[in-house]
Design a protein around this ligand. Structure first.
Ligand code: NDP
Length: 296
C-alpha cells in the first residue's frame, strides 16, 4: 500500500504567519502606527463582495485599519482614478487594493498603474512586477507568495526540482514562475509554464516533480496526467452545482483530488489549501508597507 499523501492544509500556515504578523502590528502600534488597508470595489460582483468582506474582517481582526470604498457599477474611470489619487496621498493608508474584475468601461491596466507602487500590496503594478522579474525586493502578488509559504512550512524544497505551472495569469502563474525560478533558497527550480495553447498538456504534467494548477477548470487534472510521487498544489477555486449543498454549489479545484491524491506524496485540498493563504499574504504586504512608509 502506498503511503498516504501529506495534506498541505493552508490553515495552520496562515495561523502561524498571523501570529508573526500580530507581533509586527504590536510593534508598529508602540510607535503610533496602525497599518491601513483600503479596498476599492466597483460594482456588485457577488464573489468580489465576499472576498472584500473577508479581507476587511481579517484585517480588522489583526488590528489593521480597513476601509472599503464601494462604488456603483457605472463609476467612471476618472472617478476611480481620483479616489486612488486621494488614497495615494492619505498617510493613514499604507496598502491599496483594487478588487478585480472591474466593470467593462474601466481600463484595469490604467487603474492598477495609478496605485502608488509603495502601497501596491497586491503586487500588480508594473514597477513591482519588474522588480520581481529582476529578483529584487518587491511586493509579491499574494497567491504566489502564499504558495511559497505553504511549501516552506511543510519543508518541501523546490531546489533543483522540475515545477510545472498550469496557467500564466499575471495574478498567479507568471509571478509564481518568476519566484520559483529565481536564485534563492525557496526558488532554484526548473520551471515549465503551460497554458491554453500548450500542445499535449499531459506530457508536460507527467514531467512534474511539483505540479501547480491555476487554470480555473474543475477537476481537469486526472490521475493519468501525473507521475507517482508528485507534489500537487491546486490553486483552482471552481463552483460546481451541488443540490445537496444549501448554496446549490460546492467548491472544487482544478485537480481531481480523489483520483490524483493517491499518486502524490503531498497535495493541497480545495477548499482549505491555497485559499486561506492569499488574504494572509495581503495582510503581510500591508504591514510591510506600513513598516517601510513609517521608516521602521
Ligand atoms: P485566469 O483565467 O486569469 O488564467 C487562467 C490560465 O489558465 C491562463 O493562463 C490560461 O491560458 C490557462 N488555461 C485555461 N485553460 C487551460 C487549459 N485547458 N489548459 C491549460 N491551460 C489553460 O485565471 P487566474 O490565474 O486568475 O485563476 C486561476 C484559478 O485560480 C481560478 O480557478 C481562480 O479562481 C483561482 N484562484 C485562486 C486563488 C486563491 O486564493 N486560491 C487566487 C487567484 C485565483 P491562456 O493564458 O492561454 O488563456
Amino acid at each position: 500500500m502506498p503511503a498516504e499523501p501529506l495534506i498541505l492544509s493552508g490553515k495552520p500556515v496562515a495561523k502561524s504567519l498571523k501570529q508573526e504578523l500580530q507581533t509586527r502590528v504590536t510593534r508598529l502600534a508602540e510607535r503610533g502606527v496602525q497599518p491601513g488597508l483600503a479596498a476599492v470595489l466597483v460594482g456588485e460582483n457577488p464573489a468580489s463582495q465576499v472576498y472584500v468582506a473577508s479581507k476587511e474582517r481579517q484585517a480588522r481582526k489583526l488590528g489593521l485599519k480597513s476601509v472599503v470604498y464601494k462604488l456603483p457599477a457605472d463609476t467612471s474611470q476618472a472617478q476611480v482614478l481620483q479616489l486612488i489619487e486621494e488614497l495615494n496621498r492619505d498617510s493613514s493608508i499604507h496598502g491599496i487594493l483594487v478588487q478585480l474584475p472591474l466593470p467593462a468601461q474601466l481600463d484595469s491596466d490604467i487603474i492598477l498603474n495609478s496605485v502608488d507602487p509603495d502601497k501596491d500590496v497586491d503586487g500588480f503594478h508594473p514597477w513591482n512586477m519588474g522588480l520581481l522579474a529582476l529578483g529584487k525586493p518587491a511586493f509579491v502578488p499574494c497567491t504566489p507568495a502564499g504558495i511559497l509559504a505553504i511549501l516552506k512550512h511543510y519543508g518541501i524544497s523546490t531546489v533543483g526540482k522540475h515545477v510545472v505551472i498550469l496557467g500564466r495569469s499575471r495574478i498567479v502563474g507568471t509571478p509564481l514562475a518568476l519566484l520559483l525560478s529565481r536564485k534563492s533558497e525557496h526558488g532554484n527550480a526548473t520551471v515549465t509554464i503551460c497554458h491554453s495553447v500548450t500542445t499535449d498538456l499531459a506530457y508536460h504534467t507527467r514531467q512534474a516533480d511539483i505540479l501547480i494548477a491555476a487554470i480555473g477548470k474543475p477537476h481537469m487534472i486526472t490521475a493519468e496526467m501525473v507521475k507517482e510521487g508528485v507534489v500537487v498544489v491546486d490553486v483552482g477555486i471552481n463552483r460546481v452545482p451541488d443540490s445537496e449543498q444549501e448554496k446549490g454549489y460546492r467548491l472544487v479545484g482544478d485537480v481531481n483530488f480523489a483520483a490524483v491524491a493517491p499518486k502524490t506524496t503531498a497535495i493541497t485540498p480545495v477548499p482549505g489549501g491555497v485559499g486561506p493563504m492569499t488574504i494572509t499574504m495581503l495582510l503581510a504586504n500591508t504591514i510591510t508597507a506600513a513598516e517601510r512608509l513609517s521608516g521602521y
